[in-house]
Design a protein around this ligand. Structure first.
Ligand SMILES: Cc1cc2nc3c(=O)[nH]c(=O)nc-3n(C[C@H](O)[C@H](O)[C@H](O)COP(=O)(O)OP(=O)(O)OC[C@H]3O[C@@H](n4cnc5c(N)ncnc54)[C@H](O)[C@@H]3O)c2cc1C
Length: 443
């Protein structure tokens, strides 16, 4: 390894690497951070717990980036994906702002991001988890990482927490917010998977009445052959997997209530439940539905789709009012116009939302709101930046800025700032946010 060892909480750990910038988490925010940092000339490491990049945007089966700006790295990705036939924009003038929503193939998304990270010159360590921050003299100076090899330390000038759940920030005592202030409830998670080899046209032609489908479902459930995943919210638990309102079977995209995304046990239980149900559902479909006699599982997600977990308290908290009023800042590092899209269990409201609701929950009349650099700086913690869905925001604002393009935007800003701070030998909070903004603009 060649970097010696360090004493961490009484244990001698090998130092795997020493770099300017360490990015924890390889989702949209972490990838953009690593690319931006490496392009600034900072030696950069990217550590990701999964065997691929893309985070929720690829691993949870999301295949659409919303219609809001994502900054130059996102635009480059979109262009390159379109060039290889793996993405296209879909624009509906009623619902979208130009150029529309980017529909992409999740596997191609993973591959292109890997290529872009490599081209930028960042080092990548897949299948490796950041256990927590390494704090020296009151500042984050690296992270402890664990993989099949061993626990080790990566020392860094600046660390970017792009884990989605704010794992690194929470590990060193950064204050965070979680869920609704009234009762702590978080937005629903989703389990998406693939069911193939089904003749859906035949099913549509020959499908039984809603009453008959409900009978088939009741029979399967009564015989113990079909168990809805615990906490399922949509399709409704009493008729799962049938949605009475739309009169449709909802086979491969289930919304689950009450999952704590920062708690591995909660996530694991949900994943296990959903996977067990997926197999039962294949058997149910093969046995009961015309056109599905030969259906089979074609893919499974590598992660659960978590919309909301820890929101790290920063030096500025982006608020619902900022979104609704189109707030602007001197130290802006991202702009966003996506609406407040809360997938909220009761007593909150949830999708589907009317067009009128959407319009009244975004910046007015073609305007946008901005995210200041200070929302990426955890309060009271030095040497650390946050990026992506765990930045400092209240719950409604988070449900707007969590979308993929905005995570690319805040990630690129965090990576740029991390490189500037590390190369300049200062902490990120000592940087003037307006300089970060200026550096981002020419990109
Ligand atoms: C069901 C669902 C549907 C969505 N639909 C859309 C949509 O249509 N359009 C849109 O634009 N957005 C959508 N989103 C939102 C968007 O996908 C996410 O909010 C976005 O991907 C968050 O990016 P991120 O980089 O902050 O976090 P993530 O994408 O969650 O990435 C975090 C990464 O960090 C890794 N990681 C976590 N902890 C550690 C650790 N300790 N050590 C190392 N690595 C770690 C994870 O494996 C992951 O790869 C959807 C989200 C969900 C859940």
């Amino acid at each position: 390894m060649g970097h010696g060892t360090a004493l961490v909480a009484g244990q001698e750990l090998p130092v795997m690497a020493q770099c300017d910038v360490l990015v924890c988490g390889g989702g949209p925010a972490g990838i953009a951070a690593a690319i931006a940092s490496a392009r600034q000339g900072a030696s950069t490491w990217l550590v990701e717990t999964l065997p691929h990049l893309g985070g929720t945007a690829s691993g949870a089966g999301v295949g659409t980036a919303c219609d809001t700006p994502g900054g130059p790295i996102f635009d480059e990705l979109a262009q390159r994906l379109m060039e290889v036939g793996a993405a296209r924009y879909r624009y509906d003038p009623q619902k979208h702002r130009k150029p529309g929503r980017l529909r992409y193939l999740p596997d191609a998304f993973k591959l292109m991001l890997l290529k872009m990270v490599r081209e930028a010159g960042a080092q990548m360590l897949l299948c490796t988890t950041c256990e927590g921050a390494w704090v020296q003299d009151g500042a984050v100076r690296g992270a402890i990482v664990a993989n099949k090899g061993q626990r080790s330390l990566i020392k860094a000038g600046v660390v970017v927490d792009a884990t989605g759940d704010g794992d690194v920030a929470a590990s060193c005592g950064a204050e965070f917010m979680m869920g609704d202030p009234a009762d702590g409830r978080v937005q629903n998670a989703n389990f998406r998977w693939g069911l193939g080899e089904a003749d859906r046209e035949r099913y549509e032609r020959e499908k039984p009445s809603a009453a008959r489908v409900l009978e088939l479902v009741a029979d399967a459930r009564g015989a113990g052959r079909l168990h809805p995943p615990r906490g399922v919210f949509h399709p409704p638990p009493d008729s799962f997997p049938f949605d009475r309102e739309s009169e449709r079977l909802v086979l491969t995209n289930w919304e689950i209530q009450g999952v704590d995304g920062a708690n591995p046990r909660s996530v694991s239980e949900c994943l296990a439940d959903c996977q067990a149900t997926a197999l039962e559902l294949v058997e149910f479909c093969r046995r009961s539905l015309a056109g599905y006699e030969n259906c089979r599982v074609t893919w499974l997600p590598t992660m659960l789709g978590i919309r909301e977990s820890r929101r790290i308290l920063g030096r500025y908290v982006v608020t619902e009012q900022d979104v609704l009023s189109g707030q602007k800042f001197d130290d802006t590092i991202a702009r966003c116009w996506f609406w407040i899209d809360l997938h909220d269990p009761p007593p909150g409201k949830t999708v589907p939302y009317s067009l009128e609701h959407v319009k009244s929950h975004q910046p007015p009349g073609g305007d946008w709101y901005e995210i200041p650099y200070r929302a990426l700086l955890p309060r009271e913690v030095s040497g650390l930046l946050i990026a992506g869905r765990c930045i400092s925001a209240d719950r409604p604002a988070q449900s707007s800025l969590r979308v993929i393009p905005t995570c690319f935007f805040t990630g690129a800003a965090a990576g740029t700032a991390a490189a500037m701070a590390a190369l300049g030998g200062i902490f990120p909070h000592e940087l003037d946010g307006r300089l970060v903004r200026e550096k981002l603009m020419p990109q």
